[in-house]
Design a protein around this ligand. Sequence first.
Ligand SMILES: [Zn+2]
Length: 136
Amino acid sequence: MSDDLDKAFYNLTVHQRNVAWEEIALLKKQVEALQKENDDYDALLERLKERLTATANALHGGPREMSLHSWHDLAEIAERHRDFIEGVAEGDCAYNDNCPPNAGTRHYECDVCRARRALNPDKEVHDGPAETGTDG
Ligand SMILES: [Zn+2]
């Protein structure tokens, strides 16, 4: 404590000192809680920074040495890519079988079926007309 605080504390009654010590202890706990909260936010910011950097690298390609891609246009680029993929997915399967995965076909998955699967990665694609997943 500063000299002024020391003098002020010295002039307090025993009861006032005890109240002051309780207040100090309470404030220390609040400071510790705020520091923990701040550390948690820092960790969250670090994880988000890593994800944004990974997303920027995925959309732009790896950055040049000692540089980072900007993050300001990520949503715009992702939207352009999605529009392109949705356009491809509207086409017809090149093999007329919707390229069923793991179904023993003798061909690779065509671009139209790859686009449909990219838009709906968890959706199982069966023989027959494929859905593009753009109907909401
Ligand atoms: Zn196909």
